[in-house]
Write a protein that binds this ligand. Structure first.
Ligand code: BDR
Ligand code: CA
Length: 312
């Protein structure tokens, strides 16, 4: 049975999608959400990536703004296109294929869930705005969701602010709604993802793989790693790809149950994920990725990129 990916399509999202496809899963659709960049740029990135990598799945544009509050994007860190160093240019003849207007994703996601013979699996790689909209408007359909693996949140600290991870900070109300509605979320948080690190030497086999997209993938990964190295850190966390591995190979990951809630009011802590692991103190509503075989997870991600880079 096919899966669904909800994404604010920047580079690590692309690497995550390639990891899912490399694992042999059928992706029935992508829904786009603002996040790394405004939705308009996310649509362009999606069209560019689909054209370059030959993706055939339907792509639908979702929400362009958070449930409440101001639009927060990450160009300050990632650059104008959300894909560091190099943007995917959309070929002129593909411009007409840009995923449809804002909002289209909601109906597509509803139709996909309605047609489910058994509970569906979703990988969410951006702010949870599209998922929260679904949970609010069609709570009946949430029964058809078997699992949402979400890259977001932080057990101990944030990256966008000291308290909050970016995907949680970009739409705290949406994340709060999703956890409060008891959707079956597995949270792949910053602390977990920061164990899966890519450094400059990791791009070498990809560049040498020899396929038509080898240089492009290596350049994009180099640019992504450069976000860390330009700030004096030796390696960059593979956030969304780590979540993709938790999605396709849960056997490599140890999950722990928890009660997870999201701070929406705190002036210094807005977007913070609050994780209670004591069963004596709260009823568990979710799970988080606690640890994994880090070498195996990283090998799966880099292997997926290398195999894509080797395609003629
Ligand atoms: C998350 O924020 C986005 O910029 C990345 O694509 C990832 O989903 C990391 O905090
Ligand atoms: Ca993302």
């Amino acid at each position: 049975m096919g899966v669904w990916i909800d994404t604010d399509l920047g580079f690590d999202d692309i690497a995550a999608i390639l990891t899912v496809l490399d694992a042999g899963l059928t992706v029935d659709g992508l829904s786009l959400v603002f996040g790394n960049t405004p939705l308009e740029q996310v649509r362009r990135n999606a069209a560019g990536a689909a054209s370059v990598f030959g993706w055939q799945m339907p792509i639908h544009a979702g929400r362009a703004r958070p449930v409440m509050g101001v639009l927060e994007t990450a160009e300050r860190i990632l650059g104008q296109t959300g894909i560091p160093t190099i943007g995917l240019t959309v070929p002129q003849d593909k411009l007409a294929d840009l995923p449809g207007p804002e909002g289209d994703a909601f109906l597509a996601l509803c139709a996909w869930l309605e047609s489910a013979p058994e509970p569906r699996r979703i990988l969410a790689l951006g702010p949870l705005t599209n998922i929260a909209a679904l949970a609010l408007a069609r709570p009946d359909l949430t029964e058809n969701i078997g699992e949402i693996v979400w890259m977001g949140g932080g057990l101990t600290k944030g990256n966008h602010t000291a308290s909050a991870e970016f995907n949680a900070f970009a739409d705290p109300e949406a994340a709060a709604i999703v956890f409060a509605q008891n959707l079956p979320v597995k949270m792949i948080d910053l602390d977990f993802c920061r164990q899966i690190l890519a450094s400059p030497e990791d791009t070498v086999p990809i560049r040498e793989a020899g396929g038509r997209n080898a240089a492009l993938i290596a350049d994009m990964l180099d640019g992504f790693i450069g976000i860390a190295t330009s700030r004096g850190r030796p390696a960059m966390a593979l956030y969304d790809p780590a979540a993709a591995v938790a999605f396709v190979r849960p056997d490599l990951v140890r999950f722990e149950p928890a009660h997870i809630a999201v701070e929406t009011a705190g002036s210094l802590t807005r977007g913070r994920t609050v994780v209670e692991t004591r069963a004596t103190h709260a009823r568990f509503n979710a799970a988080y990725a606690a640890s994994c075989d880090t070498d195996a997870v990283k090998a799966l991600i880099l292997g997926a990129l290398e195999r894509e880079a080797a395609k003629p």
